[in-house]
Design a protein around this ligand. Structure first.
Ligand code: GLN
Ligand code: ZN
Length: 757
């Protein structure tokens, strides 16, 4: 049995690539040095994958920012505004990724969106009517050659043409089908050039197929591939899918003259049924995604062998693989000294997953796989009770919940009036989303505390001093509702993971979220509960510094769950409700200590929304939305509950978002167009809204006029009494130098608007 992986993490075990790129951004290093770091990382990763004995090694899964952006550039989809800057290739690329403001001009970045149901984000290619698609780059070839020179035969990975066209954004009159011909010509040229290099395989990723697909979708997909595969130039083609099953296109997909098809058996609820029910063509390789590429638990060998045995009679050669790219898990357990060995035995990161694939491979070649020592050890692990994971008190509390615990009263309108008279905020109140710049000092403070060179008291004193400065700064800027700044938090989930019982956290478990940003998701190890108040002390301190309301700042249960690695053997609904009860305790404590506005972030509400619409409510929203209400249903009418969401295309779940029953919601609206506002109006959205008026993922400073223009556009669609003014997300990734003028311009814009009204 051969083994294959779809992609490998690229940021480096010590986030080497992140730091190298950020240095380049700060002009502290040259492009050549950056390339050198990248080359060394690629070499190291190929060596690791090869040394583990993986048979199919990917290349071109490396990227300086995002592989979808790489594909856009490869196919010459560089919008005119970036070309006009006249920058070199690399800086044009980074301008598309992050926007650009400097001597050459001032442009926004491409839109960035959530990559399916992960916390990775991709850049959305923009196709203009005059975009001339053609093969315009060398990256896949260079990286293939580079691997070859090191002695590795690799399988280049690219987004497939269907997913590329489906995820692109069309700015003019032309639509996906209008670009099919030149795009296929470019892919054809790509195949030809790989054939010249005697490459064996090429991998086209087509995850879009795991969405609900209409008959037209399937026809479009089939048409693209029959044309593309009409001349494979002697190459063998793998069409790789992941993040679900391909029930609507299975027949079409298996009928294509491809050489291998990759299917996801971990998340694809119907994958097994498709293969056993409809059969799988014996002349193609079935790349079976059995080792979960999205979670950090060791594989369950018994379950994997069950599936392998079930599909064997229906397929030809089965290649053992991961369910998706290993991009979505951290690197290695080798740098995790703090995990207890008895617990660590349950974990597998990317490197350990390679080892699992190799172990499964050798196990499968044994005459009686289930009698091997490796198999028995794995079964023993799963049969044993996990140490330190069960809590009967949490169970008892969950069992006692009634529908009243999930409903806030009085109703929205009545509360709004009470809050208006108590809070006395101006029209178009200004606020921020929570975090302020995490400067080098702030990070150094945390690092020193973690290393033990600073005591808890010293650590805390530093954060309080930062908070004080931050409050003073916000007063000076003239914001109406303040925040404490989140200096004590690394990110919005890890902080809570560290304070709640039932979580484990890693030292180096970094996963790329977008570009150079990585997150370190905590792990849900067992039943979750609150040990003690987590944010009250800081909130009370911050509020003591100002007469203006300071928002309490919490992360909601759905986001905590979605940005953690969940258990695979406890329903996520159950874990989410446990977290909701813990956060509820915190909300009530904040209120009892005089905090009048509490923001409960649900940045990742949509993250685990099933990719198929038909599953949205029954499998997710029907419990996720009530879990949010469980958090805040106990507060007094005068306490204002805010929530925040980002990158959440929520046009299609607006009613559910209203049903969260928050008083105010802020969300990202500046990077994409404002169509969301039409949808809000059409749905008679009740919750007050703060559509982000500028993009905080870019270092550029928006002018007062620009923000005012944005606000005027927003006001054509939003009730002026319901409009809040805020940036589109937290400011932690920005520096003070751009944060202060941006917020000043924002408050100026709000003032100008008030004087007009
Ligand atoms: N309150 C958080 C912050 O400002 C929200 C972050 C997020 O939405 N991703 O950082
Ligand atoms: Zn956000």
């Amino acid at each position: 049995m051969r083994t294959s992986i779809i992609g490998y993490p690229r940021i480096g075990a010590q986030r080497d690539l992140k730091f190298a790129i950020e240095k380049y951004f700060k002009k502290e290093t040259t492009g050549e040095k950056l390339e050198e770091t990248a080359r060394a990382l690629r070499a190291r990763h190929w060596r690791q994958v090869a040394a583990a004995g993986i048979d199919f090694i990917p290349s071109n899964d490396f990227s300086f920012y995002d592989t979808f952006l790489d594909a856009a550039v490869l196919f010459n989809c560089v919008p005119a505004r970036y070309r006009a800057l006249g920058l070199d290739e690399r800086d044009t690329y980074f301008a598309m990724a992050r926007g650009y403001q400097g001597a050459a001009g001032d442009v926004h970045a491409l839109a960035m969106k959530k990559w399916f149901n992960t916390n990775y984000h991709y850049l959305v290619p923009e196709l203009e009517d005059d975009t001339e698609i053609r093969l315009a780059g060398r990256k896949p070839f260079d990286q293939y050659d580079e691997a070859k020179a090191l002695g590795f035969e690799t399988r280049p990975v690219l987004p497939g043409p269907y997913t590329f066209l489906k995820l692109a954004r069309y700015t003019g009159r032309k639509q996906a089908a209008d670009f099919a011909e030149p795009l296929l010509a470019a892919y054809g040229e790509l195949l030809a050039q790989f054939a010249e290099r005697n490459a064996g395989w090429i991998q086209f990723d087509e995850p879009y197929l795991v969405h609900d697909q209409s008959a037209e979708d399937v026809a479009f997909f089939t048409d693209l591939y029959s044309k593309l595969l009409a001349d494979k130039h002697g190459l063998r083609v793998l069409v790789q899918t992941y993040f679900g099953d391909v029930r609507d296109s299975y027949a079409a997909l298996t009928a294509l003259p491809v050489d291998a098809i990759g299917l996801d058996f971990a998340e694809g609820r119907k994958t097994l049924e498709l293969v056993t029910g409809q059969g799988f063509p014996k002349d193609k390789l079935l790349v079976a995604g059995l080792v979960n590429g999205k979670n950090i638990w060791r594989a369950n060998y018994a379950k994997i062998l069950d599936v392998l045995e079930a599909i064997a009679p229906h397929a030809g050669e089965v290649v053992l693989g991961t369910s998706c790219s290993l991009l979505h898990v951290p690197y290695t357990l080798a740098n995790e000294p703090k995990l207890a060995p008895a617990e660590k035995a349950y974990f597998a990161f990317a490197e350990e997953k390679l080892a699992e694939l190799a172990e499964l491979k050798s196990l499968c070649s044994a005459e009686r796989p289930r009698e091997t020592a490796a198999y028995k050890a794995n079964v023993a692990l799963w049969e044993a009770n996990r140490p330190n994971s069960a809590d009967a008190a949490v169970d008892a509390r969950l069992a006692k919940l009634t529908p009243a615990d999930f409903t806030r009263s009085p109703a929205f309108g009545e509360r709004a009036a009470i809050q208006a008279s108590e809070l006395k905020l101006p029209k178009f109140p200004t606020t921020t989303i929570g975090s302020f710049p995490q400067t080098a000092d702030v990070r150094a403070n945390r690092a020193a505390f973690r290393k033990g060179t600073k005591s808890a008291a010293e650590y805390d004193a530093f954060n309080k001093a930062e908070t004080k400065r931050c409050i003073e700064q916000q007063e000076k800027i003239g914001l109406d509702v303040l925040v404490h700044g989140e200096f004590e938090r690394n990110d919005m989930v890890e902080f809570f993971g560290e304070h709640l019982a039932g979580f484990r956290f890693t030292s180096n478990g970094w996963v790329q979220s977008y570009g150079t940003r990585c997150v370190k998701p905590p792990v849900i190890w067992g039943d979750v509960s609150r040990r003690a108040p987590m944010t009250v002390d800081m909130a009370v301190y911050a509020q003591s510094l100002s007469k203006k309301p300071v928002k309490g700042m919490l992360t909601g249960p759905v986001t905590i769950l979605n940005w953690s690695f969940p258990r695979e053997d406890i329903p996520i609904r159950r874990s989410t409700e446990q977290i909701a009860l813990a956060i509820r305790d915190e909300v009530l404590d904040l209120e009892a200590h005089g905090i009048r506005i509490i923001q409960i972030d649900e940045a990742a509400l949509r993250e685990k929304l099933p990719l198929r619409k038909s599953d949205w409510h029954c499998a997710y929203l029907d419990w996720a939305i009530p879990a949010f209400r469980l958090v805040h249903s106990g507060v007094k009418p005068g306490t204002q509950i805010h929530t925040h969401m980002c990158y959440s295309e929520f046009n299609d779940i607006i009613a559910d978002i209203d049903a969260m029953d928050a008083d105010v919601i802020s969300f990202e609206a500046s990077r994409a167009d404002l169509t969301i506002l039409d949808a809000l109006a059409a749905a008679h959205f009740r919750t007050a809204v703060g559509p982000g008026v500028y993009d905080i993922h870019s270092p550029r400073i928006p002018s007062t006029d620009e923000i005012l223009g944005q606000l005027r556009k927003i006001l054509q669609k939003v009730d002026p009494d319901k409009l809040w003014v805020n940036p589109d997300c937290g400011l932690k990734t920005r520096g003070w130098a751009e944060t202060i003028p941006s917020l000043e311009n924002m408050t100026q814009a709000a003032k100008a608007l008030r004087s007009e009204a």
